[in-house]
Every structure is written in C-alpha cells, then in structure tokens.
Write a protein that binds this ligand. Structure first.
Ligand code: ZN
Length: 148
C-alpha cells in the first residue's frame, strides 16, 4: 500500500470518528450492544429491518477512533442491504483487515478505509465490533456481543 493511500484512509477514519454519521437512537428498533473490553469500546447499534432489508441503522456509544469510524461507515453502507448482505460484508471486512498489507483491497466501497487497520493487530476487534453487534441484533441471536 502506498503512503498516499495510507494517508487517505487515515483522513477518512478521522473524519468519520470526529463527525460520526447516524449517531442517534432509533425508536422501537432492534438493538444490540457491542463491547470490546481490551480497548474500552462500548457501542449500541440500532436497526430497523423490513422484509429482511435494513431500512435504517444508527448507533450510540463511546469508543476509539477506529470503532467510531467503523460504526459510522457501517450505518451508511448497510442501509438498503439485506441482513445476509450485511453479514457477507462483515466476512469480507474481517478478511481484509487480517490480510497482509499489500493485498488488494477490492470492491469494498467506503469501508475500504479500514484497510489501514491492517498495520495494527490490536485494532482489528475495534473495527469489527460494530459489525458483530449489527449481525447479532439483526438475527436476534443475542442482544449483546463482546470481543472477549
Ligand atoms: Zn477500540
């Protein structure tokens, strides 16, 4: 990865962490909590799902820049997607951030910026935490997820 791309990714993550999108609650929505004790990230994800499609997603909580940026990007990216498509994105995101640095990012849209996390193994859980919470909330398999 070129340094220019690293710098771009860093700017995108900083922008989302400083001005998180969809930082609000949704009334009468499905909720799931995500907790990453290693870092202290604690997020609540809100979801409105109609006919298996995510029509609205938002979050509240506190976390490091990576967790906040990932949640912010996620709430934008998953809107209009089915629950299955959102789960597939989590799988691809996890594959991306655990891949060697020079692996091509591929077609991941805005969340490609999380590729910058590849340099920081400890931050990988911060990046995937909101996604795990979203999948848990969508599937009713559990209302709370922890990375540990
Ligand atoms: Zn974190």
């Amino acid at each position: 990865m070129s340094e220019d791309l690293d710098a771009l990714y860093q700017r995108v993550i900083l922008d989302h962490s400083r001005r998180p999108r969809n930082y609000r609650a949704i009334e009468r929505a499905r909720e799931a909590e995500g907790h990453n004790p290693l870092c202290g990230d604690r997020l609540t994800i809100y979801l409105r799902i109609e006919d298996d499609r995510i029509v609205d997603a938002s979050f509240l909580g506190t976390g490091c820049a990576i967790a906040m940026a990932s949640a912010s990007m996620m709430t934008e990216v998953v809107r209009g997607k089915t629950v299955g498509e959102a789960e597939a994105l989590l799988v691809r995101l996890r594959r991306l951030i655990t891949s060697p640095r020079d692996t091509p990012v591929g077609d991941l849209g805005p969340i490609a910026a999380l590729a910058g996390v590849r340099r920081f193994a400890l931050r990988q859980k911060c990046a995937t935490l909101p996604w795990h919470a979203l999948v848990a909330g969508a599937s009713h398999s559990g209302r709370s997820v922890s990375t540990e």
